[in-house]
Design a binder for this molecule. Structure first.
Ligand code: FNR
Length: 210
């Protein structure tokens, strides 16, 4: 299984990129392939309908779409800005949402955050969940937010607090189990979606394509 592990910060010394590196190690340790990236790998202009009409999708946005499409699961480690999702992260979501087939649709997705604050950027993840779920991403119920992130890492990149490290590993493991089941066992996939009234072949799903 291939998992895109995307940091929502391209800043040197980013705590979210450090968290993403740790997550990628856990993904690899679980036997999956971690494809690591930061948003800095995909420099794209602010979304503008005229730019899209005149020039089409920016190459970096297309590159991000391809990386999402190539992965069976997506993990995003995003900062929180002003109690919400950073503009650059939302801008990338907006560009990607213009592509058909829409890459977030049905994508198993886990959200994580890191912040020097006491809440670890968790409010930003609730804000990020909204557009992703609107687009049909299967956003995992549990999220992981690392508080006081500037002093949370040990020298080897692991989490200094053993209990937090165990919780992160358990969250990643459970998410990968679900993503693997959803990817491999189509009967489970159909039952789950139909239970939610979101049959994969029904017109109702087109809301994520319009
Ligand atoms: C922040 N930061 C921040 N932190 C937080 O926990 N809640 C918040 O609402 C905000 N708001 C905010 C706005 C803006 C514009 C900036 C630049 C920063 C602090 C932020 O968590 C901190 O800079 C992190 O280090 C950013 O993540 P990276 O870049 O280290 O991954």
């Amino acid at each position: 299984m291939r998992v895109l592990v995307l940091s929502g910060s391209s800043r040197r010394g980013s705590v979210n990129t450090r968290l993403a590196a740790l997550v990628a190690d856990l993904v690899t340790g679980a036997g999956a392939t971690a494809d690591r990236a930061t948003l800095g790998d995909f420099p794209m202009p602010p979304y503008d309908g005229d730019v899209e009409a005149d020039e089409g999708l920016p190459p970096a946005a297309q590159a991000l779409c391809d990386r999402i499409a190539d992965a069976q699961a997506l993990i995003i480690a995003s900062p929180e800005y002003n109690a919400s999702v950073p503009g650059v992260v939302k801008n990338a979501v907006d560009w990607v949402s213009r592509v058909r087939p829409q890459p977030f649709k049905d994508k198993q997705t886990l959200l994580a955050s890191a912040s020097p604050s006491m809440v670890g950027g968790n409010r930003g993840l609730w804000a990020l969940r909204v557009p992703l779920e609107h687009l049909g991403a299967r956003v995992y119920p549990d999220m992981f937010s690392l508080a006081m992130a500037h002093q949370a890492f040990a020298a080897d990149g692991s989490l200094a607090d053993a209990g937090l490290g165990e919780r992160l590993a358990a969250t990643i493991g459970a998410f990968l189990d679900l993503a693997e089941a959803d990817t491999r066992y189509l009967c489970l996939q159909r039952r789950w979606y139909e239970f939610l009234g979101d049959r994969t072949d029904a017109p109702v799903t087109s809301r994520a394509q319009d």
